[in-house]
Design a protein around this ligand. Sequence first.
Ligand code: CA
Length: 167
Amino acid sequence: LRGAMASPDQQTVLVVEDEASIASFVAMYLRNAGYAVKVAPTGREALTVAEPQTPALIVLDLMLPDIDGIEVCRRLRRRSDVPILMLTARDEDVDKIIGLEVGADDYMTKPFNPRELVARVKSILRRAAPERRRTESEELQHGDLTINAGKREVHVGEEEIRLAPKE
Ligand code: CA
């Protein structure tokens, strides 16, 4: 069953964490849950990896050797609304709040249960999905009438209405 969960439209999760042992077990749990996983050990690399192709979600550790997680989050937010799950060390209450203030979608405190992390990832992606799809397709709907400005298509029910280019 586990193999059947992998599909061509697999979502990619970027894991940003410099501690190799944490990065690899988080990656393993996410892969087992059917996600494609990329790992970046530094903030700089995270920004480089996320630039050409934005992942579906980013798991972002706060403590990184170069640019910290908060700054990485801020920079990502300038150009993308990609869901971000922050990881923080224990008792960093201030950091937690800042993490959410800079635009993270959720956070988890270390040490965390990896199953819980997978559950959070799933729930964030579920919340994010409908909104993102709507903005991609630019569809307007009124009763049976559907107008897709992006694809320049008009449908009434299932039937496509052919329009002249100016229309
Ligand atoms: Ca770290």
